[in-house]
Every structure is written in C-alpha cells, then in structure tokens.
Design a binder for this molecule. Structure first.
Ligand code: GAL
Length: 489
C-alpha cells in the first residue's frame, strides 16, 4: 500500500479470478457486438458462458464475445463463470438489445491529452497492447478512442472521410480490426462544423456518408465536437440531431457523444437525440485547480447535474488525467467563442497521488464516463492501483446508474452519496481544502438505517457493521465507502 494513501495494491494478472466491467450491455438489434467479459486474475483463465443468444459466441480463453445481436429487442441474462488455477467466480451480465447503448458509463481511453495531433496507427497499436498488458481491459476499460487529427487533409472526391495517409497508412477499418481482435472497441472523433477544433475537415453536411463509412469501418463510438459551428442552441440541437439520426440508421451500434462543453445545457436535449453522454464543461487540464479547467472546478460544475444522469445517458466532466503527472500535454484548443489553437503544448505540474485518487473518487461517484488520457504503458504502480481499483470502478459502473449527489460541502470536505443497485449506497468524503480534516457522520443521517456492513473501497477492506463513518483526511485526500443495504431491507 502506498504509505500515505489507503489504497490497496492491485495486480491485475495475479490471484484468483474476479469479474469486472459493465453488468448491463446495450446493443442495437441485429448489429455487431464486440464485448470483453472483463476478468482479472492469473492467466490462463477459462470462461464458461450460458444464456448467450444465437449469433453470439465467446472465446473461452479471453472472454471476448463477438457476433451479431438478436434482431428483436429484449433482455438476455448471460451467466458468466470464470476459473483459473487458484479459484473461480461467476456473475450475470445482462445483454439488453434495444436503442440504448452505454447502459453504464463508458470506460476507456482517449488520445487527446497525451497525443494531440500526433495520433497514429502506431500509437493505437501500442495503446491497445498497453491496455491489455496493464490490465486496463481486464478491469473493464473497453473503448480506445481516437480524438482529433486522425483525418487526411481532405475527404475523398466522392465526399467519403479518409484517414491521414501517413499516420494511418492502412486506414481505419484495418485499425478497427486490430483493436477488436484485442477485445477493445474503437472510437472516432468529428465535429458538427465544417472543420474540427484542430482544423481538420468536420462532419457538417456529410453526416449520412460519415455514419455509413464509420459503420463500414467498424467504429463503435463517435465523439462529435462543436467548433466552427453556430452559437445558438437551436442550431446545435439540429446539427446534433442530424448526426444522431444518421448513426441510428447506420446498421451498427455506435455510441454518440455530444461535446459542446456544456454551453447550451446539452443535458436537457442530448438524451432525447440518443446521445449516451455529453460534456458538461470545458476541457480538463492536468491540474487539480478550482478553475474551469481543473479537477475541482470541473467536478463542482458537474455535481450540480446529478438529476440528468441515468442508464444510457451520462454527464461527462471530461477525461481522466490520472497517470499524466505533468507529462501529458494540455488541450491546445480552448473553446472560447472561437477555438484558440495554440501552436505549442503547455505542461502543468499534474496531480499528486492524493489528488489523483480524489479525481477518480469524484468521477466514480458522479457515474462519469472514465476515459483515461494517459499512457497505459508508462503507468506507475500507484496510478495503476488508482485507475484499476475494482471496487471504485464498480461504483462508477453500478447498474442502477445514479449519479451521486452532494450531501454537504462543510469546511471544504465534499461528502457525496450514490445509491447502488444493491439497495445500499456509496459514500465518499473528499477533502478539497488545503488543511487536514476530521469528520464523523452517522449512517442514519445519510438515510442508511441500522448497522449495515461497510467496506473501504480504495483499501478493499471490510470494516464490519457500523452505524457511523469516521475519517481523518490529509489535504486533498478522499475516502470512499460502500454501505450494504440495511439487513432485511
Ligand atoms: C476540444 C474538445 C477536446 C478535444 C479537442 C480536439 O474542443 O473539447 O476534448 O477533442 O477539441 O481538438
């Protein structure tokens, strides 16, 4: 355990098997499904799966499910058992065939904060391998998302999108196949204007051909930005609707991400369009600051939007910067009216250990999409323990899909409460003040009656039955507890 943090070390490829990741998986009727039944533990693993609908099959060694989803809407409980030399475990994953995708917040990786305009097929292959080797995939991180700058200088003569010929010499379809072979899904990026924020060609006026081409390439997610586009909310809704409709009809399950930085209250209109998540804030930088680009400032803004989140529709407070430690670049496009493209990268000091685990604590309590934008091949042990902690990820992924709400912010300690599908709740304490802080809260005051069992999620320790929670927090430290449902309740 890192001496100054109550954080359990996590070796994703040691010990008995554990199952992680989404417990409810959405897929459109009759479309291709690629889904890894995420499991950690010593290799080799052996998966046994029952209840998979016809058309889908599982690789018994990797847990990768592939095939075509049933043509009819419906819910299929799939029983998953996995074993290794040291033990066995099982769980039920619900396959939900219907319109809603991302029934739990997407977990994955995004190229922007690390690679910016240098993203390439080589980077993607390295990251895909890194996501597997680091255990990220096996902890549930499923998406590998290309951000801006995958584009060729121009579209093909017939209007089709093209990838950059030098950085993606074999095109996106070949890349998608590589990513899928590792059990990961590929995300791509475009913009509702004629140009992207970085100045590549945008999607405006090409929505149908883009959706069709993305589907033929095997793309699984689209982040749709809003640079070089009209200011009004009506125009934004219309432009996002055109793309959403094109995706809905493209014959593939493509998760739709609205990215207009929360300027037009997208939480009020994006879910009706079929968007699975929408940015609520400007770009995050590698900073814990209270500014609109820092972890605390962004969290505070996103916390106010809890009522808008639910299964298949999530508030997105932007990527995780955990793991960058100041090495990552900061976003070089600031959406201030017109995009401001800085021709250089600015480096910040980054987050320390406590700030990193507070960042993840807050994002998990907010049921945020967790899109790491750091290099998985360069993660320190502490950063890996933070990004992969299964009990904190499980709070984020809880199938009830509720965003946690703030109970109190008294004297710089944010207490949040997130109801869980078990009938219990996750409770977090985040000391965002510069001072040490002690707090004691009765579980009854949090609406949790009796003496329920309590676990410390970061430490992965059972604390036994309790009627109160007590914390002694260093500056910027968090504690996260999982409280079982009241006995008999
Ligand atoms: C910004 C967006 C960032 C990133 C960037 C690419 O508008 O918020 O997350 O996608 O554009 O140019």
């Amino acid at each position: 355990m890192a001496p100054h943090l109550r954080l359990a070390p996590f070796r994703p490829h040691e010990g008995p098997p554990e199952l992680h990741g989404a417990a409810r998986v959405g897929v459109r009727p009759g479309t291709e499904l690629i889904h890894t039944l995420a499991a950690t533990g010593e290799r080799p693993l052996a998966f046994r799966v029952s209840g998979l609908p016809a058309g889908l099959s599982v690789d018994p060694e990797t847990g990768i499910v592939r095939g075509t989803a049933p043509a009819a809407p419906g819910t299929h409980p799939v029983h998953v058992a996995v074993g290794n030399r040291l033990g066995a475990t099982s769980a039920t994953v619900e396959l939900v065939v219907g319109d809603a995708l991302a029934l739990t917040p997407p977990l994955g990786w995004n190229s922007w904060n690390v690679y910016g305009e240098t993203v390439s097929a080589g980077v993607v292959a390295r990251i895909a391998d890194g996501m597997v080797a680091s255990g990220m995939r096996d902890a549930g991180y499923a998406y590998l998302n290309l951000d801006d700058f995958w584009h060729a200088p121009a579209r093909a003569a017939d209007g089709r999108p093209l990838a950059h010929p030098e950085r993606f010499p074999d095109g996106i379809a070949a890349l998608a196949e590589e990513v899928h072979a590792r059990g990961l899904k590929l995300g791509i990026y475009s913009d509702a204007g004629h140009l992207t924020c970085g100045g590549c060609y945008g999607g405006y006026g090409h929505e149908a051909i883009d959706a069709e081409t993305y589907a033929s390439w095997g793309v699984d997610l689209l982040k749709y930005d809003y640079c070089h586009a009209p200011v009004s909310r009506e125009a934004a809704v219309a432009r996002y609707r055109t793309m959403a409709d094109a995706l809905a009809g493209c014959g593939r399950s493509i998760v739709f991400n609205v990215c207009e930085w929360g300027l037009r209250r997208p939480w009020e209109w994006a879910p009706e369009l079929g968007a699975a998540y929408w940015r609520t804030t400007p770009d995050i930088f590698d900073s814990f600051s209270y500014t609109f680009w820092g972890v605390r400032g962004i969290a505070r803004r996103n916390q106010a939007l809890a009522e808008y989140a639910g299964p298949g529709r999530w508030n997105d407070p932007d990527m995780l910067v955990v793991g960058n430690r100041g090495r990552g670049r900061v976003a070089s496009n600031l959406p201030v009216g017109r995009p401001l493209h800085l021709p250089f990268s600015v480096h910040l000091r980054g987050l320390d250990d406590r700030q990193s685990h507070t960042h993840l604590s807050l994002w998990a309590m907010m049921a945020a999409p967790l899109l790491a934008s750091s290099d998985p091949t360069e993660l320190s042990d502490v950063d890996r323990d933070i990004l992969l902690n299964p009990e904190v990820l499980a709070i984020d992924q809880d199938p009830l899909g509720q965003q946690g709400r703030v109970v109190t912010r008294r004297r710089g300690v944010w207490v949040m409460r997130k109801p869980l599908a078990s009938g219990g709740a996750a409770i977090s304490f985040s000391n965002v003040s510069p001072f040490r802080a002690r707090r004691r809260l009765s579980l009854a005051s949090l609406g949790l009656a009796g003496r329920p069992d309590v676990r410390d999620a970061w430490a992965r320790e059972s604390l036994g039955p309790l009627d109160h929670l007590e914390v002694d927090l260093a500056r910027h430290e968090s504690r996260v507890f999982v409280v079982a449902p009241p006995a008999g309740g």
